[in-house]
Design a protein around this ligand. Sequence first.
Ligand SMILES: [Zn+2]
Length: 507
Amino acid sequence: MIELTLLARWLRRLRRSSVGAVCGGVIFSLAILPSSWAQPIGIPSMGSASSAELSPELERMLGDALMEHGRRDPTYIADPDVDQYLTHMGRTLVAHAPNGAQHIQVFAIRDPQINAFTMPGGYIGVNSGLVVATTNESELASVIAHEVGHVIMRHIARGMTEQSQNRGVLVASLVGALLAALSGSGNLAMGMASFGQAAAVDRQLGFSRGAEQEADREGFHMLTAAGYDPRGMVQMFRSLMKSSSLNEVSGGTPFAQSHPQSIQRLSDIENRVEQMRPVHHQDSADYWFVRAKLRAMQAGDEESRRQVSSLFEADARSASGTVRSAAWYGAAYLAWQMRDTAKAQSALREARADGDSPEIDELSITLAGDAHDGAAALAMARAAWARWPESQGVALALARSLQQAGDVAAASTFLQARVRQWPQLPLMRKLLAQAYEQLGKPVEARRTMAEYYVHTGALPTAVEQLRQARNLSHDFYVQSELDAQIRDLRQRLDTERALLKQFKVQP
Ligand SMILES: [Zn+2]
């Protein structure tokens, strides 16, 4: 447990030393070990070599484990609309990278600070405050493109090759916590920082200047190739610098003096933009609705909800079309949170007058469900699903409406199809397992939960679920299938433990 304590202490120090985070403050880039992993062609070595190798598999494993813990963090926003939109944007961008087959998953955390951060394994966290601070979709895409740039250049793995004593301690702590968790003897949560802490790291402890410039360059390329307006990157950089100067606490030093490399990076991007023909990017409706939702979610108490609600109404009065619709949707969402159903309904009517989105339908379904009008909720959910067959949020609303209407069999059939539609999405598996449980199919329920845990990186828990399924089953065929699955997972666990042990150095 000493490793966990060390990690916690170090994280607290980072937290204190934070002076206004700028995009790319990355705690998990500090999760660093000396290694001599094979350098991909074209990437110079950024550190000295040592005995162990950091493979993409290990990086993904660390990322999965951090996410598995992170999903329980109170600041983590578990919202399918937000997840789907941000991840789609990240994947659209990475598709334009030279090695575009990389895993990217983007998620949001509830934090008003303007920041984004990268974790091992292609996981990218975006603060709600950053999304809210953007004024168009290209600005948001520019930050995500920069973070995807860190992923495709494997900066975390490269950072792990740096031989700093503090980093070594931190990595040993991380690996120790992970090993304990994998053997089922430790609580990963004890050793991990919250996402909020993760984002609030002093830039000096984050990526190097070279890595930041590289991420800017790669990000810029992906941004423009994907059709976004590159001026979004310039605007975003300016507002990041502005917000950092506002957050600056180190004795009133002007931001430009204390952060010369940010000025340099901004002018590099400006030069690139000047050499390009102007690009007009049409913001998607999803951008405006997800932004409104995050703005509403970010308001944590009654007072701020009231304030944000009046801001939404002011926006709605000055805007038109989709922007107006999304502002009314935001007001409706807040009214629903404040249990003002009448206001929520009237704001939703205004939202519908100018626009159309899965989020509007989902909120209507929720309101009908809250009013115990299960039949109306189900009818709306069916209609919404017919309209938005790609929306995970609407799929979730329909599955819930079916369950609430007591049609668990239909819910399970629907969820089985959604698991096939989105095999990488853990959420649908969890709901399917619940449906199986309600249908009196405990073996299927545990098998499905095991798949859920495999997809969230919790292998020991997955094994436990399979063992329970094995004990409950009376079918010889199913029993031998389960035996084989348990064997496979145990092998995978052994491999992962062996991989991690290579990194378990004494601090
Ligand atoms: Zn960065």
